[in-house]
Design a binder for this molecule. Structure first.
Ligand code: ADP
Ligand code: K
Ligand code: ZN
Length: 435
């Protein structure tokens, strides 16, 4: 059972007070970026002077900042302070080319730790808890971000870092760890290892986990919770905006509360760039309000989600975002249909006899898209008859078609044959891109 605790009064301000706070901080942020070459150029191009941005409505007059903009300013041209004031650098994973470097002042690090302490508290963290962090420590913001968040909340941390699953489990048992922090796909590996090695559940003291860093589904949550006998919480963030701590679930677990005193959120149609109504899916856009080293204005995340402004039963007044259903750059267009890997995951988790390990391979042999989903069988289904396997394939095909509207080829592969991931999983191999 999770206690409903709120870490900061900023999480439950009356909306009017929150808006006033946001406007004041927005004015400060605009002041702060006026000497950043990129924003200086924006102001002179649009004829908008910082003084013209007074209210939240005025923000709409400024253009968006994109990943491409940040790449063009690599590594540090977005810096709004002297390098002497920077305390730490991180970078996004940069799967395509150079990473995007981000910087933090001492104050930024404090802000960040506090934001992480908020969602950790929302998800049950108490000072007497021990938290094992199985996120990568390094340029990736996950490890260090959560590390200082746990400490700031007054709890203790085991910086296990990602990988070496047997050792993770040994530490969890020996240290009687209360909470686990990692990516949902790594949690799946940990859970799998526990089951395969017949480790009794009561050898662990684990009560809950905080997962983030990549998209996952409600079905995945149910599966991990059932297998491990814990509660799983979702948290979200990205390095360009601050790292983890942008939002996280409370005990109600119906959407992630966005720390709106630190960020202004917008939801837009990624094609028309028009605002999207609450409850409908669109691309999330964030403006930082507290960052010193690298403030960011209207950053297009490419993450697709919906916003829910309804008050929450937990008492927080901040807007909640849904799960990320996909990243617009993860979106596959197969035969003209938009498909996210998470839709395939959702289908697989609903079919018995499959493990939630899969890979989507897309090819275009005769100028026509062909998608094949490689799905791992469970030990049990692996030993079934040809007829049963064919039925399993048909069932998976139908489940995927039901959710995506597309017919995909299904290839059953033996248990444990697909790659396992210790960080963010890579589910798609798109041969169409390799020309
Ligand atoms: P990169 O963009 O290189 O992966 P980051 O490490 O900053 O850099 O990752 C941030 C991205 O991770 C987000 O933009 C989002 O796509 C994804 N992400 C983070 N947390 C979640 C989450 N809880 N659910 C879904 N996606 C998430
Ligand atoms: K401490
Ligand atoms: Zn809540």
């Amino acid at each position: 059972v999770i206690e409903n605790r709120i870490w900061d009064k900023e999480e439950s301000l009356p909306r009017g007070e929150l808006k006033a706070l946001q406007s004041a901080k927005l004015r400060e942020t605009v002041e702060r970026v006026q000497n950043v070459p990129f924003y200086k150029e924006v102001f002179s191009r649009t004829g908008i002077t910082p003084g013209k941005i007074q209210s939240l409505d005025d923000l709409q007059r400024l253009p968006f900042t994109t990943k491409a903009d940040l790449r063009a300013e690599y590594p540090l041209r977005m810096l709004a302070v002297d390098r002497a004031e920077v305390a730490r650098y991180h970078g996004s994973s940069g799967t395509t080319g150079k990473p995007t470097m981000v910087a933090y002042t001492q104050n930024d690090l404090k802000t960040w730790a506090n934001l992480c302490a908020r969602f950790l508290t929302g998800g049950g963290l108490l000072p007497q808890h021990t938290v094992q962090i199985a996120f990568g420590y390094g340029l990736f913001t996950g490890g260090f971000g959560l590390h200082y968040g746990v400490e700031h909340a007054g709890a203790s941390v085991i910086p296990a870092a990602a990988g070496n699953t047997p050792k993770q489990i040994m530490l969890m048992m020996d240290m009687q760890v209360d909470a686990l922090v990692c990516t949902p796909s790594y949690a799946l590996n940990i859970s799998e290892f526990i089951i395969q090695n017949d480790i009794p559940r009561n050898a662990l003291n684990l009560k809950y986990a905080h997962f983030g860093g990549e998209p996952w589904t409600e079905d995945m949550r149910t599966r991990i919770e059932d297998e491990m006998g814990i509660l799983c919480f979702n948290n979200y963030g990205l390095s360009e905006v601050i790292g983890p701590g942008v939002s996280g679930e409370c005990a109600v677990r119906d959407g992630m509360h966005i720390s709106e005193d630190a960020f202004i959120v917008e939801c837009i149609n990624p094609e028309t760039l028009e605002p999207i109504a609450p409850g409908e899916e669109g691309e999330l856009v964030f403006t930082s309000l507290c960052k010193e080293a690298m403030p960011i204005i209207r950053y297009r995340t490419r993450d697709i989600a919906s916003l829910n402004p309804e008050p929450c039963a937990c008492g927080r007044t901040t807007v909640r975002m849904s799960r990320i259903t996909g990243r617009s750059d993860d979106m596959l267009i197969i035969k003209g249909v938009n498909v996210y890997p998470s839709q395939v995951e959702q289908a697989l988790l609903r079919v018995k006899g499959t493990a939630p390990h899969y890979q989507i391979v897309v090819e275009r042999p005769d100028r026509k898209d062909v998608a094949t989903v490689k799905v791992e069988m469970t030990e049990e289904s692996f030993s079934s008859s040809m007829k049963e396997m064919q039925e399993l394939k048909d069932k998976i095909g139908r489940a995927i078609q039901g959710i995506t509207g597309l017919r995909m080829n299904i290839e059953l592969v033996s248990p444990n044959s697909l790659e396992r991931f210790i960080g963010k999983a890579q589910r798609v191999v798109d041969h169409r891109k390799i020309v």
